[in-house]
Ligand binder design. Structure first.
Ligand code: NDP
Ligand code: CA
Length: 337
């Protein structure tokens, strides 16, 4: 008797499917789902889902979400909501953080045509929790009918040449139908606030960028993750100013207009812990702007839809919302010289 997940809408940025009007359009998911197969599973498009799924051990035993009923955090039911959220949007690529049940996800998503890899944090806080299911870490899944896996590389992120407790995963994929290759990366940077931690995240961000720069081999790049940093933090600028990769943020691009600078959405996570309410943007999908155009992003639920207890809840299995973006490969004549 699981309550239904709240339906979210895609904000389509460019006219498609015979649209004649210009500009931003909001389409209901049920409208889009009938046409998205054609557009998104085309070899010229990629749909990416980025999500911190909330580790089962941390969510149940560590986070202390004071307004979330205990039953909503029960793994036996929550796990199906996690899967439902992923499968619902038919992503081609799935980047996840705080995964501490990889075997379950690999098994279930495997039945839906996905394959994936997982890399744990070296000293995951999950390991210190009674009844844990192993360390949490980052995972990337991809649709096997769309991509051939060429390479995976994992890294324990370094800060001033010393290993930290955070990781990154890089995957190189080839679109089977066209031969187009891409490089996808995911990471989960150090949590908590404070000037030192913000500096530490910036160093970790630089390490992620160096790691991707080493392995992308000139291919189009998508970097997704929970950066644990608001857009005002140094690491956000570091990513956006990376000369080697020329990255842009998909959700910020989707809000871009001629007379305003790009802005991120108001929140990607919204929770109430004992110490208070936290509502901010710390999750991102970055992409190499020379190679991709953002065609649509999945909007976030409103405060009203989320409800007063915020998330996680019976309707939303994580304290983070999923970010879903549709990319189109740029044509040769759209690519900057
Ligand atoms: P981080 O600071 O990166 O955070 C770990 C997790 O805690 C993240 O997944 C984060 O979620 C979550 N988190 C963030 N803020 C809060 C909060 N206010 N309350 C509860 N959870 C929160 O940790 P590290 O990976 O650096 O690991 C911490 C270190 O602490 C480990 O090296 C381990 O050795 C040690 N440790 C020891 C324990 C012990 O009992 N001895 C117990 C736990 C950790 P998000 O990213 O979503 O914000
Ligand atoms: Ca967390």
């Amino acid at each position: 008797n699981l309550p239904a997940l709240v339906k979210r809408s895609f904000r389509r940025l460019r006219p498609q499917f015979g649209d004649t009007s210009e500009g931003v359009r909001v389409l209901q998911w049920n409208v889009l789902s009938r046409v998205c197969g054609e557009a998104v599973s085309s070899p010229y498009h990629i749909r990416v889902l980025q999500w911190n799924v909330l580790s089962q051990a941390l969510g149940q035993m560590n986070d202390n979400f004071v307004c979330c009923p205990d039953e909503a955090l029960e793994w036996r039911s929550r796990r199906y909501h996690i899967v439902e959220e992923i499968v619902e949007y038919c992503p081609d690529i799935v980047c996840l953080q705080e995964v501490d049940h990889f075997t379950f996800l690999k098994t279930v998503l495997g039945t839906q045509g996905y394959n994936g890899i997982f890399f744990p944090k070296p000293d995951s806080p999950c390991l210190y929790i009674k009844g844990n299911n192993g360390p949490d870490g980052c995972a990337i899944f991809y649709r096997e009918d769309k991509f051939e896996l060429l390479k995976t590389v994992t890294r324990v992120l370094e800060v001033w040449r010393v290993q930290s407790n955070q990781v990154a995963v890089v995957m190189v994929l080839r679109v089977r139908e066209t031969g187009q290759e891409i490089c996808v990366a995911t990471t989960h940077l150090k949590a908590r606030t404070g000037a030192l931690l913000s500096t530490l995240r910036n160093e970790q961000g630089k390490d992620v960028l160096d790691f991707v720069t080493t392995h992308h081999g000139g291919r189009p790049v998508i970097i997704c993750g929970d950066f644990n940093a608001e857009p005002t933090e140094p690491v956000y600028r570091t990513v956006m100013n990376c000369e080697a990769l020329r990255l842009a943020s998909a959700y910020a691009s989707s809000r871009d207009s001629a007379d305003t600078s790009p802005i991120e959405p108001p929140y990607t996570t919204w929770k109430i812990r004992e110490e208070g309410e936290v509502c901010h943007t710390i999750d991102y999908v970055f992409y190499s702007q020379d190679n991709f155009t953002v065609e649509a992003v999945l909007d976030f639920p409103t405060g009203e839809e989320i409800g007063e207890g915020r998330v996680p809840s019976f309707c939303y299995p994580s304290d983070h919302f999923s970010l879903v973006c549709d990319f189109r490969f740029k044509d040769a004549n759209e690519v900057a010289p």
